[in-house]
Design a protein around this ligand. Sequence first.
Ligand SMILES: Nc1ncnc2c1ncn2[C@@H]1O[C@H](COP(=O)(O)OP(=O)(O)O)[C@@H](O)[C@H]1O
Ligand SMILES: [Mg+2]
Length: 275
Amino acid sequence: MEGPVMLEIKNISKTFAPKTVNEVRALQQVSLQISKGSFTGVIGTNGSGKSTLLNAIAGNFELDRGSVVLDGQNITRWPEFKRAKLIGRVFQNPFAGSAAGMSIAENIVMAMRRGRGWSLRTAVTSSERREMAEKVHSLKMGLEDRLDNPIGNLSGGQRQALTLLMATWLKPKLLLLDEHTAALDPKSAAKVAELTSKIIAEEKLTALMVTHSMQQAVDLPGRIIMMHRGQVVEDFRDEMKQRVRVPDLIRVFERVQKMELFDQSVAEMLEQQYV
Ligand SMILES: Nc1ncnc2c1ncn2[C@@H]1O[C@H](COP(=O)(O)OP(=O)(O)O)[C@@H](O)[C@H]1O
Ligand SMILES: [Mg+2]
């Protein structure tokens, strides 16, 4: 049932500010296999390591240990810019993914020519322009007539839709979405979520999407992983995923937190006994 593996994460760990009072074990021996063409929702409480997991895959920092293999290539030592040719990303902040002062067309040209060297100065060809207008039209936001307007004049939802289009233009091997609808008003968020599903399905992309909405994770096809304290604590897939509902997820959250409280109180008890 499962396709070939697109992403294989083996035993990755990352501690920020090690051996200081600010030490955070953001990822603790996380292993994960993602199949080609699959969709995975990532949920978990604030600070549980969701963004750090995506950042580790994208190469924002060096790992303390472990490896990341993408489509058979070990990219563990690749710098971020090199991985960016294979990995598309959309962040929570609608202003992060595009250059405000540049036009829609100029922003798209950068996405279209990504990884092809310094060809930005070359004028946009008429066929590129046609392709642009066509894809922008498919967003159904009326932006195809505004290709030469600065992207900074657009709403957050419009910018996020364009960022999504640009992140997927060259059909990345992996699409990483980090709460990319969380900063939008409900209507724009719904629209961008719908576009996301459409593009992922049409382009048959492999995607990893962090969401704060358990309902969204349940409604979307594919797998759900739950993170807690830098670890993947639950993995709902196949029939389990079909059956799982929001109250079940909440119960799991509560159980995980209770176990932690238990661990803490035991630790405290032991500490008190031995001081
Ligand atoms: N660059 C960083 N430097 C120091 N601490 C960080 C950094 N990035 C994340 N953290 C810490 O790592 C933990 C996990 O963060 P993050 O992955 O952003 O959580 P999430 O996305 O699940 O809310 C948090 O305690 C956060 O403060
Ligand atoms: Mg985050």
